[in-house]
Each structure stands twice: as C-alpha cells, then as structure tokens.
Design a protein around this ligand. Structure first.
Ligand SMILES: *[C@@H]1O[C@H](CO)[C@@H](O)[C@H](O)[C@H]1NC(C)=O
Length: 226
C-alpha cells in the first residue's frame, strides 16, 4: 500500500505524458517587429490561416504522404503566427490521435529569413493549399512580430491495404500557439499541472488514511487474539 502510494504520483505523471504522446512542438521567442509590406506583396493575395495569441487554436485536417526520396518529410503546410510579443517565449504544438500514426516536423521562420530564402519560398508556394476562410489580419500595426510556421507531415504506418498505402487519409490535428508564463511555463498547461498536483496530493492523503486504518485494525486484531 505504501509502495503504491509512493509510486502513484510517478505513475500519474507517466500517464499524463502518455496521453500527450502524440504531440510535437517547437519553442521560440517572438522576433523583432518587421514591416509586412514586402511579405504581403510576395503573398500576392494568397490568404493563409493565421494563429494569434487571441486565436491560438486551429483544428484542421492535414494531408499526409509517405516519405519519398523527393519529399523525405511528406507534405507541407504553412501558417502565420501573428501579433506575437517581441522576446516573449512561446511554443507551438501539433496534437493528433494515436489512431492516425504520423510523423510531424515543425519549423518557424522569420519574415526576413523567408524572403531571403528562395528555396523556402518555393516550398511555400508548392504547399499553397492552406488558404484560410478568414481574411488576412491586415488591421494592426504595419510592423509586427510575426513568424511563419512550417508543418511537415509524413504518414508513419504500414498496412496490407493497398488503398491506404497509396493514399493515406488526411490526419485530424490541433495546432496550438501557447505563450509561456514568465517565459518558463506554457500557459495552457497550468490547469493540467494543478490537476496532477491535486491528484497526487489526494492519493497521498488517501493512502495515509488507509494505511493507518489498516495498521490500526491489525494491531486491534493482534490485541484481540492475545
Ligand atoms: C482499405 O481501406 C479503405 C479505406 O479505409 C476501405 O474502404 C477498404 O475497404 C479497405 N480494403 C480492404 C481490402 O480492407
């Protein structure tokens, strides 16, 4: 019983991690503000789904492909991370169900990096299917802290079903932009942390009560048989 009580918190932590297992993330700082004029010109009317601190979550379905020599990381999707705070730490996570085995890679690029790198821009236009219904956020200061997010997704399963092997179905994902509190702890994990702490504390208290009840009944039983 005591052993269980000791290991329960650790077990809970492992479980919490297991639930989160299908998560890939990138951690970064909000970059310096830049003028978006040349970037907007380069987009040429293409509107791309955007995550901002006030709209931090996007649920979508991403097309995937099996890795090939040409595309070792499958297919690409691009998003804009807008209205960041300069020098604030963020993480961006992608979460998906274990029933859809996929490998994801996340990369973030600043606007100058993106504009200076012809290869990146080529990837970007090739992936140009991520148009959003939302209007591109044109309201706001002309200079903003903005990053581009690249999501690469490769199917990661094997089945004898030829249909599935030749065209793996799109994967349902949540993409979440999460600011860190005081640059050390992701804001959205605070409630989870409190929950796990309460569970651990609760189970510790419960085990103490049960343990003392057990040892009391044992000593009472001993006294009786004497
Ligand atoms: C292969 O997978 C597809 C899509 O899930 C399904 O419709 C089809 O029935 C499967 N074929 C076989 C032979 O199981």
């Amino acid at each position: 019983m005591k052993l269980l009580a000791r290991f329960l918190p650790a077990l809970l932590l492992i479980l919490a991690n297991a639930v989160d297992a299908n998560t890939e993330k990138a951690i970064f700082l909000g970059p310096d503000s830049v003028s978006l004029a040349s970037f907007t010109t380069k987009l040429n009317g293409l509107s791309i789904a955007t995550l901002t601190p006030s709209q931090p979550k996007l649920s979508t379905s991403l097309p995937v492909a099996f890795p090939t020599a040409d595309q070792p990381r499958g297919l690409e999707a691009w998003y804009i991370l807008d209205f960041l705070n300069r020098q604030q730490r963020y993480e961006v996570r992608i979460c998906w169900a274990a029933t859809q085995p996929t490998e994801f890679w996340l990369g973030v690029f600043t606007i100058p990096q993106f504009l200076d790198d012809a290869a990146l821009f080529q990837q970007f236009t090739r992936a140009g299917q991520n148009k959003s219904d939302q209007e591109n956020a044109t309201t706001g200061p002309a200079e903003r802290s903005v990053l581009l997010l690249r999501v690469q997704s490769a199917a990661d399963f094997f089945t004898a079903n030829q249909t599935l092997m030749s065209s793996p179905p799109p994967v349902d994902v949540d993409i979440i932009l999460d600011p860190y509190i005081a640059n050390i702890f992701p804001a959205s994990l605070v409630s989870t942390a409190i929950y796990i702490l309460c569970l651990a504390l609760g189970s510790w208290l419960a085990s103490r009560v049960i343990w003392s009840a057990l040892s009391w009944s044992r000593s009472a039983g001993k006294a009786h048989s004497d």
